[in-house]
Design a protein around this ligand. Sequence first.
Ligand code: FAD
Ligand code: PHB
Length: 403
Amino acid sequence: MSRTRTQIVIVGAGPAGLLLGQLLHREGIDAVILERRSHEYVLGRIRAGVLEQGTVDVLDLAGVSARLHKEALVHEGVGIGFQGRRHRIALKQLVGKSVTVYGQTEITRDLMEARAANGAASVYEAEDVTLHDWQGTSPRVTYRKGGVTHEIACDFVAGCDGYHGVCRASVPADKCKVFEREYPFGWLGVLADVPPPWKELVYANSARGFALASLRSPTRVRCYVQCPLDDRVEDWSDTRFWDEFRRRIGEDVAAGVVSAPSIEKSIAPLRSFVVEPLRFGRLFLAGDAAHIVPPTGAKGLNLAVSDVFYLYEALRDHYRERREAPLDEYSPRCLRRIWKAERFSWWMTRQLHLFPGDAFARRMQETELEYLFESPAAQASMAENYVGLPFESAAAGAQAHVA
Ligand code: FAD
Ligand code: PHB
């Protein structure tokens, strides 16, 4: 067995793990990242596309946003379609902020390149990652690679290993509380290389179910339709997908849709999930390891970034000031923001999807969307959440805790 030591072991090289590694590196704190998958596999996953301003600010702070500022698209509004009408929520006009369209894959690529340029340690295809003694003062993490077992001793473990990871699963059930809601449908997503015929994202509630027109660049679209949970990707030819998408998205957008061949097609279930707390001794959870939101509010990646920012600040202050307090504040500080994003994502999901057989829910949707279209106050509330609620400053968090 090989034995080494570092300050932080980060489990998972998704956006949360890579971003934490980068922020810590700039602060002079050593970290090793252990990732179960290959480098290529991680880069091949197609996920989020919409960034809040706060997320872009953290990427600036991490020094990984040069390409983003060249290539990303800034959107000042978003469309909501319902019963043949489309209403534009004028984000910038209503709350003074916009969103940024830049794929999670591109953020991951930028972070991986920065890490390689720093010469910081990452182990891809690390098998059987196992946490030891995280409840005591001397945690260790073991893994296998190329038939050899390795052990890393560390000060702290950051569990950035997503919903199916090993970190949350290492915590005994009686030490945490789980809050969960599953939805009776999934999202079928298609990526295609054609210029989008629409200028901004359009979320549509149609009688046939939800659809979303999104994009990655001026030459690449990303579109989704609500589908039954037991549908398989093979059930959906490209032609069937685009026909269904056209029927749901609204006439004007549909008129410009090209049935382009898909370059990626996948089905994702929808779930709301939160574990409390996010700290267990010397183990901290961040990102999808700690919470899942349904993608309707575009909050998952953005929440992963705010957790990571809070964790970075807590570790930074702990090492600078040799105090426990910043670490104690990590979980409550994250949870206050997480629950607000959970609420918004749940609200967007309820308003925009078809819940078969629930006539009361349908009337509530009709009423809610009518109210949204008519009321500037309701639009401002939606806009405030969609562009992202502000990050809490460390000092404000400490005060809230004391109060
Ligand atoms: P992940 O990206 O899941 O990364 C975890 C990493 O840990 C993975 O690389 C995994 O291989 C690794 N790992 C797992 N287990 C182990 C182990 N045992 N040992 C070592 N490594 C392990 N969010 C938004 O903000 N905006 C959007 O527009 C948006 N759209 C989305 C659309 C879809 C279809 C989906 C599915 C998600 C979307 N999200 C969106 C959510 C967003 O993609 C996730 O919230 C984000 O990936 C979370 O990042 P993470 O680093 O916490 O977790
Ligand atoms: C995406 O572009 O993949 C996307 C955009 C907005 C969402 C979800 C996904 O709410």
